[in-house]
Design a protein around this ligand. Structure first.
Ligand code: M6R
Length: 369
């Protein structure tokens, strides 16, 4: 049932292009408009929404952090993202104009379920993004947009994450479409880009051998740091989470702009630092700033592992290891940038002799608070 792979995780990483394509299937019509009939919240209600709040845990929370950039950019509706376990304990401000999005692969995570129950009690509308048909979270929500990743068996979430991102982009674009934002042309262009994104994920998968080799060479390290900016920041957090879970290594993700506010003190000779570089096109200011960050940490001895777009030559002089990803629109980059980090963590776990599919102390779905 592992389909010839040693681990479910490897199989699930390989299934990502299909999972992404399946999650898009039937949701975009021939004219480039979104047809999310499943979102049974009336267009009138969606037009009145004045705040979006995303609640989730772990990897799903990271998908939510990325969704915030997309939702605020395409809809101009303020969006908060909160760990489900923290949400109801701070008495959040919610009403009928709040759209709460609960993201969960399993649909059974107790923290997320309690958060959405709290939100509904306050009158908010709740949309679930979920991978498991008929599970508790979608049953208790006003509407559900299913991710079509297929069953995810490995405890470490991979294909569910990519499909959660796709679902979040669809919701963001749909909200933009329903509300008729100034970004209509951009929205149509992104819908077109989404249609080719599964192919981009496939291309990343074809070039992973050097990443595996690199991971094996780092098996005796104790710490790996991850840096990113903009949507690359949650990608850094996700890369660090995968490494904690699978390799049992100290791994931390930082927003690269925070380096000088503390984390740079951690840099020492030969410390591996993975840097997710934004596209040099579009938000090029961020690109240039992160290139300076790479220079700074390298000058202090870091071993730089740079994930950058094909054709981005500015990073070359400062990259001890360079991992190329296809050119994508800025907001969609996490779909391709996360994949090398999954492969990296999986290979490190194997090299360290860890159980890949069932890491110690963890369960696939966390049904207690
Ligand atoms: O089933 P859920 O998406 O609600 O699970 C949330 C987290 O428990 C989950 O993403 C966890 O962090 C994964 N093991 C990460 O790989």
């Amino acid at each position: 049932e592992k389909g010839g792979y040693d681990y479910f995780m490897l199989k699930e990483i390989a299934e990502q292009p299909k999972a992404v394509a399946d999650t898009l299937l039937g949701r975009i019509d021939g004219t480039g408009s979104l047809t999310l009939d499943e979102v049974r919240i009336a267009a009138g209600v969606l037009r009145e929404v004045d705040k979006v709040v995303i609640v989730a845990c772990g990897t799903a929370f990271h998908a939510g952090l990325i969704a915030k950039y997309a939702i605020e950019h395409w809809t101009r509706i303020p969006c908060e993202v909160e760990l489900a376990s923290e949400f109801r304990y701070r008495d959040p401000i919610l009403d009928q104009q709040t759209l709460v999005i609960a993201i969960s692969q399993s649909g059974e995570t107790m923290d997320t379920l309690m958060a959405l129950r709290h939100a509904r009690e306050q009158g908010a509308h709740v949309l679930a993004i979920c991978n498991t048909n008929g599970s508790t979270i979608p049953r208790e929500s006003d509407a559900v947009l299913y991710t079509h990743a297929g069953p995810e068996v490995a405890v470490a979430s991979t294909k569910a994450f990519l499909t959660q991102l796709v679902a979040c982009y669809l919701v963001a674009l749909y909200l933009g479409q329903v509300r008729g934002t100034q970004w209509a042309d951009e929205i149509r262009a992104v819908v077109r880009d989404l249609a080719s994104i599964a192919g981009a994920v496939e291309r990343v998968l074809e070039t992973m051998e050097p990443v595996r080799e690199l991971a094996r060479s780092l098996a005796d390290k104790n710490t790996v740091l991850f840096l990113g900016r903009h949507v690359g920041y949650p990608v850094a957090l996700e890369g660090a989470l995968k490494l904690k879970e699978l390799a049992y290594m100290h791994a931390e993700g930082f927003a690269a702009g925070e380096l000088k506010h503390g984390p740079i003190a951690l840099i020492e000779d030969d410390l591996p630092v993975v840097v997710v570089v934004p596209s040099p096109r579009g938000r090029s200011v961020l690109h240039d700033k992160i290139v300076s960050n790479i220079q700074e940490i390298r000058a202090r001895g870091a071993r730089t592992i740079v994930i950058a777009e094909e054709g981005d030559e500015a990073v070359v002089p400062y990259a001890d290891h360079l991992i190329r990803i296809p050119v994508t629109p800025t907001l969609l980059q996490p779909l391709v940038a996360t994949v090398p980090l999954q492969v990296f963590a999986c290979e490190l776990a194997t090299a360290r002799g860890n159980e890949v599919d069932q890491p110690r102390n963890l369960a696939k779905s966390v049904t207690v608070e």
